[in-house]
Design a protein around this ligand. Structure first.
Ligand SMILES: Nc1nc2c(ncn2[C@@H]2O[C@H](COP(=O)(O)OP(=O)(O)OP(=O)(O)O)[C@@H](O)[C@H]2O)c(=O)[nH]1
Length: 350
């Protein structure tokens, strides 16, 4: 069957906090009336990304066309969650012209692409392209590279220890599956760093894949959609660290949600969160917070120790003004200490 008759699907991948949601928001804004549907998957049980996208207010993307698959990683729940969600979208009386899937930052895109090779799926859908969003600042800071000293120390201690770096594996798997790489957050890079990171990305991918530089995910929908890659026909060229495993369970990472008190000093709150992140090597914190006396809810986002906060929308009448943050890191986070610190934060910020 020709790919022309199939609904194209763009998979947007990229490590935690790389800028996937920001990029998709931008696609929605530049889609020129094209009927889009979104499937949004997050690691952690607060649907922050879905909420951000739902509040975009763009006509071509209505609420029923945004499906949130929270709590888990799409790559491990393809059959149970993903396929039914996509089938529901296709059975709408007015089905989408293009579907965009935002994977969680810890998901491996290849199992998802594989699902499009299943007979029942491939007759109706095609993977138009896998877009990998890269946090240029994180790569330049060496977040995905093995720390040679640490590896050396580990080797000296125990020959049998697995030296794989889980961050690096996820990052590389996402790059290796890509049809297009968006080198994002270039506003945080010098010209030299930009060239170095771009060169490293190109060197890491054996196929010729274009790297487009961006900041704030600003890449027009025309560049991102319509790649016609039919990625499901090209799985062999997308190697993965997990090709030999039946399933990859995100044992290397963990997340939990914490309720905190309302704050009256967002700047102080965010500064404390940044210190907490450094002290505990947290990868990502995000969530919504009540600011005392304010009608709007505060969106708080941290990637490493870089935090942003903004009022995103008014609390709606009857809505519980809950302040909740999701904390994501490598396995072994000191949850009790983090929870204790978060419980004390607002007291300090007040
Ligand atoms: N400085 C800078 N910050 C950015 C850029 N793009 C996104 N951000 C910020 O980075 C944070 C994470 O962006 P998101 O778009 O939520 O990233 P994501 O990949 O969807 O995050 P997860 O779904 O948690 O993996 C937010 O605070 C964004 O405002 C950029 O180009 N430059």
């Amino acid at each position: 069957m020709s790919t022309l008759a199939k609904t194209p699907v763009t998979i947007v991948t990229g490590f935690l906090g790389a800028g996937k949601t920001t990029l998709i928001r931008n696609i929605l804004e530049t889609a020129n009336g094209r009927r889009l549907a979104l499937i949004v998957n997050e690691f952690g049980d607060i649907g922050v990304d879905g909420d951000i996208l739902r509040s975009c207010g763009i006509e071509s993307c209505t609420e029923e066309n945004i499906v949130e698959l929270a709590n888990g990683c799409l790559c491990c729940t393809v059959a149970d969650d993903f396929i039914p969600a996509i089938e529901a979208l296709l059975s709408n009386p007015n089905p989408p012209e293009h579907i965009i899937v935002e994977t969680s930052g810890l998901a491996l895109p290849k199992p998802l692409v594989k699902a499009f090779d299943w007979p029942t799926v491939r007759s109706r859908l095609t993977v138009d392209g896998v877009v990998a969003v890269v946090d240029g600042a994180a790569v330049a800071a060496g977040r995905f590279a093995d720390d040679p000293e640490a590896v050396q120390a580990q080797r000296a201690g125990d020959e049998s220890v697995d030296h794989d770096n889980p961050l690096e594996e996820v990052y590389e798997d996402q790059l290796l599956c890509a049809d297009l790489v968006i080198l994002n957050k270039t506003d945080l890079l010098s010209d030299d760093e930009r060239r170095t990171v771009s060169g490293e990305i190109t060197a890491a991918i054996p196929r010729a894949v274009k790297v487009v530089e961006a900041s704030e995910g600003k890449v027009a929908a025309e560049v991102l959609l319509g790649l016609s890659a039919a990625a499901e026909d090209d799985l062999a060229n997308r190697p993965s660290h997990h090709d030999t495993e039946e399933e990859h369970d995100h044992d290397d990472f963990e997340s939990f949600a914490v309720a905190i008190e309302a704050t009256d000093n967002p700047e102080a709150l965010v500064a404390s969160l940044a210190s907490l992140t450094e002290a505990h090597d947290i990868l990502r914190i995000k969530g919504f917070v009540e600011v005392k006396g304010k009608p709007m809810r505060l969106l708080v986002q941290g990637v490493g120790n870089r935090f942003r906060h903004q009022f995103d929308r008014p609390w709606t009448p009857g809505e519980k003004r809950a302040s909740r943050l999701v904390v994501i890191g490598e396995k072994g986070l000191d949850r009790a200490a983090i929870e204790r610190a978060l419980a004390g934060l607002t007291a300090k910020a007040a």
